[in-house]
Design a protein around this ligand. Sequence first.
Ligand SMILES: [Zn+2]
Length: 485
Amino acid sequence: MSAEAALAVERGLLAGDYDLIYVAPERLMLARFQALLDQLAAGPGLALFAIDEAHCVSQWGHDFRPEYIQLSILAERFPAVPRIALTATADPETRAEIVDKLRLHDARQFVSSFDRPNIRYRIIDKANARNQLLAFIRDGHAGEAGIVYCLSRRKVEETAEWLVEHGIQALPYHAGMDTALRRRNQDRFLREDGIVMTATIAFGMGIDKPDVRFVAHLDLPKSIEGYYQETGRAGRDGAPAEAWMAYGLSDAVQQRRMIEEGDADPAFKRLAHARLDELLALCESATCRRQRLLAHFAEASAPCGNCDVCLEPPETWDGTETAQQALSCVYRTGQRFGAGHVIDVLLGHDTERIRQWGHESLSTYGIGKALDEKEWRAVFRQLVALGLLDVDHAGYGGLRLTSVSRPVLKGEQTLTLRRQVARKRVKEVRRASAHAGSGCRRRGVVPALARMALGDCQGTRCARLRHLPRRHFGGHRRSASENPG
Ligand SMILES: [Zn+2]
């Protein structure tokens, strides 16, 4: 908005022309805007402060914005004006933080279901992620709008280019792009049909396109909350949509390294690791994905019948002995090598590195020939995800044992592992149950944004605000001039 336009809005505000205005917290904090609020309070009046995306107040959260914490000033300066806080993703800890930071201690809480029954969750074993993504799009989402999330800007650009080369209408979006181009890409995504937006997590907040048919992750998000927020951009029209993610050992290792290499304090790092652990447990889950997701938001549910685990239950196997071989080999090679080398030793390969370190003479050399390399990678991925192996970031990124691995290594505890599902079978299932979602009693109902409202206004208003899709929120005329409860 230009300075001139902003001035015109300010004049209109003071004249009482507006029922509802949107302000970024950064602007709200400006002395100039605070003075304007004082004038408004003394003049036409302030009916209500609605703080949207309130989870941004959480310092531990994935969308933390420092300005949100300063919003507590509203409670001090305008104690008589009701406040409500809204968010679509807040686990019990984040809810407590919202209450605390925004000083809503006496406020009522309204928590509606977090379930998005029309979204099918699918998390696959990463092999060649780009080809897997292309097959996923061609197989079930040709010509449909979708979002592909990548971790780095470079990967965003490369993936978009690669998809275009393979006949998919893809555009890049990340914070490092020229502003005008970024805006143009976003507009095209919103207005045109069938655009695939390849983006970092900079893309999405505040985007409300109802017919996004899939959200794909080529890299692991940082937490279940992040994953849920991002996948929640699919299927807002209530029609079937898919949340797809390719995940592999390197993702777990990379995320751990990013946490360790960050300059956050130890308490923050511990929490970040714990959040990642939860997400990894979701990825490795042998039970319904949705059940786990909802459990994270403290919501009990039955197996959903609309996720990969429900549709194609993974086989599990007693991996105790195999894990012992892996852990023992990590120990004997000195807890300083990555999975690649340890697997080479287990398989009895003849590599320069093995000869250099004399690892062909170890007792674990060649003891793992019952599994092939791909199967071993799946085992190591699960051992890292389950916390039996840790990555030594201070050293050279080698794998090392943890306190959790000891009982397994000593034979005091058995270990159940997931067997990878062959891709062919997944495809058969997809064909057989392509319309499985249509039997759902909730399909077709426009899903109210599963929102939490915290506030000191009366029930009817909160109920209405809670069930208002965002794009209707701004058009809800006279909402700000109604008699606040
Ligand atoms: Zn399920």
